[in-house]
Design a protein around this ligand. Sequence first.
Ligand code: KG4
Ligand code: ZN
Length: 331
Amino acid sequence: MRVLAIETSCDETSVAVVEDGYRVLSNITRSQVTHSKFGGVVPEIASREHTRYILPVTLAALEQAQISLNDIDGISATYGPGLIGALLVGLVFGKTLAQVLSKPFLGVNHLEGHLFSVFLHAPEVLTPILFLLVSGGHTELIWMEDLFQYRILGSTLDDACGEAFDKGAKLLGLPYPGGPAIDRLAQKGDPQFHQFPRARVPGLNFSFSGIKTALLYFLRDRSESWVQQHLSDIAASYQEALLDMLLHKLRQAIEAVEARRVAIVGGVSRNTRLRKRLQEEFTDVEILMPPLTYCTDNAAMIGAAALAHFQAGHTSPLTLGADPSASLSSL
Ligand code: KG4
Ligand code: ZN
């Protein structure tokens, strides 16, 4: 089976062709750089950019896969969570294609897409598996006991981890998106330079709003030239505090469900230091991480989730609407 997948939930217009074995025949992603001058994604601009690029990106994905629309067996698109206007562009485009071509359609939950990113180019979905999903909008510990069976063990009570990277970077005067900028700078800095507070939250939940305020006060009390002189040390210390909080809860979750296999997915899973610490500190479990291109938003991961659903006989009605706050639910 061969699936055309469309992802437009935020600021990436992405289209992919994925076939059996979760093999990616093409994955074209156009990131909207125009938001960087505003220091964050502007929803209206995101929607307009998607309408401009959805067709050329789709044609490029078909060309890269060296197939035509007739060679596609099913169409899928992200229906949520995400920005409503942005979601609608990809969803309506996908449903229209499905109707015109008389092909089955499937709406994919963006979070489930992130989970499936780790199975791309793998022969099968490995369960049970504990996921740490860390993106710009979500920070969740998810126990996938069996195919399509999800238990949310914990999530953030306020900001997402990626959001803390982005907001911290903004305070440090770094460009948007802040995660990659902090990652790069921190590689030259001392993670023990300053101890930012690590939030203590009950259960397996997270909190990332306090540390952002701590950074704000830390910077306010120091001169501009001193901050510039120690920028890489501050970035490394801030990043270390975020990672300590993530990895502390991950360890607790592993013990709670006695996980043997753990996958880290979502944009923050690109982080160099996070990847290094996972390899060094979690040698007692099998650690899976998607290749870097499939960590941040992309359509290949949506195609992988869609493929699994299609193969299980699932389809969505063409009346399916966009759901900006869709949560991950088990089937
Ligand atoms: O998964 P994603 O592309 O979009 C959402 O679904 O939210 O994640 C984007 C987030 C942004 O907050 C970005 O700053 C963060 O992932 N990110 C990183 C890195 N690359 C992207 N955070 C830390 N280190 C990175 N190298
Ligand atoms: Zn995402």
